[in-house]
Design a protein around this ligand. Structure first.
Ligand code: SF4
Length: 333
């Protein structure tokens, strides 16, 4: 692995659960130390991408490379050697922490069984250090997960994920199961740790506003496919895909005056079924700008600045309409 080797590379990643096309040909790369947010509604397939990366599910097709190693077809035994390269933090800390284990044992587990195995005393020292890093007192190590608050439990999950110094952290909706009052604190903690330690991160979320201060790159997923990619600056300033524009319009803003003055773009109906995705552009059944060609031709990715958007209305120079202003009224599917 060189300094330029991506921390994560996905090539045509595909995951079908029988007839359900949860992920359909997703490709992108994350550079070392880079944070890429994968955003989309519930059911878009974004969590399945995270699960394929840690091989919690076996991809139907495509390639997953972590730090240059193709892990797609490695046996479980060989895969264990790469266990320390990637960690995952799940949405629900209550469900992901073993309730029978003391917090100290939960956090220290990767140093008990992983390639970076350490003797007990050294492990306890590292656990105390890691707990401190996520803002918890060392005494928390002698408590059980159920004795902690939701926010503290998520800090424990983060400590466990980072104790083996992974190259890549998958954060799968890490704050959405938490009380609103602690969500910002946990997000800030993740952002601070990422800056200090410099791990690469795939941040999976349904909430575009949550990634504004965290992500370097944003990948927008709709019904199993990526519809737009680009730098955070470009996506927030000039989103090109109508779906990205709708997601941005739906994200709440702190300023109530700005909130009231915004054009609302309603996505209307729920996400169509991944069992039978719409022909042509998969977003067409909810897109306020859809026209005949959208039903018959799959839109190719058109370069936009540092990324792309897959929509027939994006022009070759990377410009295109904005459903937030071009409709001039509230639009729905
Ligand atoms: S290709 Fe058509 S349906 Fe799809 S986003 Fe663009 S305008 Fe809307």
């Amino acid at each position: 692995m060189t300094d330029q080797t991506p921390a994560l590379e996905l090539e045509d990643l595909t995951m079908h659960y029988g007839p359900v096309r949860a992920v359909d040909g997703v490709s992108f790369a994350i550079r070392p130390g880079q944070v890429t947010a994968l955003v989309g509604e519930s059911g878009s397939g974004k969590s399945t991408v995270g699960r394929c990366v840690v091989r919690l599910v076996e991809p139907t097709a495509g390639t997953v490379r972590i730090a240059g190693t193709d892990i797609t077809h490695l046996s479980r035994r060989v895969l264990r050697k790469h266990r320390d390269d990637v960690s995952i933090v799940f949405q629900d800390p209550a469900g992901s922490l073993d309730p029978r284990m003391l917090v100290g044992d939960v956090v220290g587990e990767p140093l008990r069984i992983g390639a970076r195995r350490l003797p007990r005393k050294e492990r306890d020292r590292r656990v105390a250090e890691e707990l401190g890093r996520v803002g918890l007192r060392p005494a928390v190590a002698r408590r059980y997960p159920h004795e902690l608050s939701g926010g503290q439990r998520q800090r424990v999950s983060i400590a466990r994920a980072l104790i083996s110094s992974p190259t890549l952290l998958i954060a799968d909706e890490p704050t959405s199961a938490l009380d609103v009052s602690v969500q910002a604190a946990v997000l800030n903690l993740l952002a601070d740790l990422q800056r200090d330690i410099g791990f690469a991160c795939l941040f999976i979320t349904h909430d575009l506003s949550a990634v504004e201060y965290l992500a370097d790159e944003i990948a927008v997923m709709y019904l199993g496919q990526l519809v737009e990619m680009g730098s955070r600056e470009r996506i927030f300033a000039r989103p090109r895909h109508p779906y990205t524009q709708a997601l941005l319009a739906a994200a709440p803003v702190a300023d109530p005056v700005e909130q009231r003055s915004r054009t609302r773009v309603l996505l209307g109906d729920d996400l169509p079924s991944a069992l039978d995705p719409p022909s042509g552009c998969r977003f067409r059944t909810r897109c306020p700008l859809a026209f005949d060609r959208c039903a018959t031709e799959v839109p190719p990715p058109i370069p936009v600045g540092d990324g792309y958007a897959a929509c027939h209305l994006v022009r070759p120079d990377g410009t295109g309409p904005d459903v937030r202003v071009s409709s001039g009224h509230e639009v729905g599917a």
